[in-house]
Design a protein around this ligand. Structure first.
Ligand code: TYM
Length: 331
């Protein structure tokens, strides 16, 4: 059976980008593959080196994984830092990762722009740690959103380079995966680009947002004064709202508003109201479970403990073999 690995940084609650880009695929994949889903707390330190509540953030992601339907009896759910073998593989891979290729990564360049006062080595080697996450279980499929595509390419580069340098065929190649025909990019509500945690509270709708908050955020989403010519192309803020509608609403609803737009008869108030209601319905099952799961600390610690054990078992086998391939021997 093919092995799947994926993770989400522990920088807080999950938004619809995480849900539709990644978590929904996790839930479906757990029935068909040998799945490892983790909470990337090492990675979170690259942007938040002194978090106020590291454990609380990790717990929140664990709660939302479970609320979204990841089943600990089917998939292995674990916290990255519970598996220190990942850090060891990261160290080995770092020896064969080059400054030039790391500096060229789009996400590194973005971070240099967004946090110029903290361009740390962890940011530079972020894709190496991500490759270690994937290679530690020798995964071949990685469910992620569109923004992670380049990281996956780098993970293949590092795995292939290891194989070439040590003259082995140890690591398989892994590829980004989505059940839809393309990798998903969920737009934000601020009129430009993707939904993300760093783009400000109003840009993202969170799985844990209340119904009232969802309505408020969607009604305030950036739009414009409306189309003036029939069939005119949609500017980015409007296209983004339609893209969101395509994700959460039925095809009929989408077509209805698309036709109104093309005939210049759309009323954004009605359009947003419908979008908010459909978002509420689509996320209802997850929202309902979050509080109950959060209250069950015993269950959470059991899930994390069992997950850590299963993940460590697979990871220590890989590290043992990697050490041998490189040439580490005990006396
Ligand atoms: P992170 O925490 O930024 O996001 C987690 C997952 O959510 C997806 N995602 C989106 N998908 C579509 N539209 C959006 N607006 C959107 N925003 C986020 C991301 O593509 C991702 O799949 N580097 C990773 C975490 C990671 C990882 C790994 C993933 C660490 N190691 C190994 C896979 C395998 C990250 O920062 O994701």
């Amino acid at each position: 059976m093919e092995t799947v690995v994926s993770g989400i940084r522990s920088t807080g609650k999950l938004h619809l980008g995480n849900y539709y880009g990644a978590v929904q695929n996790f839930v479906k994949m757990q029935h068909e593959y040998n799945c490892y889903f983790f909470i990337a707390d090492y990675h979170s330190l690259t942007t938040h080196p002194t978090p106020d509540d590291l454990h609380g953030n990790v717990k929140q992601v664990l709660i939302e994984y479970l609320a979204a339907g990841i089943d600990p009896e089917k998939a292995t759910i674990y916290v990255q830092s519970d598996v220190p073998q990942i850090a060891e593989l990261y160290l080995f891979l770092n020896m064969n990762a080059y400054m030039g290729e790391l500096e060229r990564s789009t996400s590194f360049k973005d971070k240099v722009r967004s946090q110029p006062d903290n361009v740390n080595a962890g940011l530079l080697t972020y894709p190496v740690l991500m490759a270690a996450d994937i290679l530690i279980h020798k995964a071949t499929k990685v469910p992620v959103g569109k923004d992670q595509e380049q990281h996956l390419e780098m993970a293949r580069t590092f795995g292939n380079r290891f194989n070439r340098l040590y003259n082995t065929e140890y690591f398989p190649e892994s590829f980004a995966f989505s059940f839809s025909d393309k990798l998903v990019k969920v737009p934000g509500l601020d009129g430009k680009g993707k939904m993300g945690k760093s783009e400000g509270e109003a840009n993202a709708v969170y799985l844990s947002d209340s119904v009232e908050v969802i309505r408020k955020k969607v009604m305030r989403a950036v739009s414009d004064s409306g189309p003036t010519e029939e069939n005119q192309p949609k500017p980015e803020p409007i296209q983004n709202l339609f893209d969101l509608m395509k994700i959460v609403s039925s095809t009929d609803t989408y077509t209805h508003f698309d036709e109104l737009y093309n005939k210049c008869q759309i009323r954004y108030g009605d359009f947003k109201k419908q979008l908010a209601e459909d978002m509420i319905i689509a996320t209802e099952p997850v929202r309902e479970k979050i509080n109950a799961i959060a209250a069950d600390t015993e269950y959470l610690s059991k899930v994390a403990k069992i997950g850590a054990e299963k993940a460590r078992e697979s990871a220590s086998k890989t590290i043992r073999e990697v050490r041998e391939i490189i040439g580490f021997r005990s006396f």
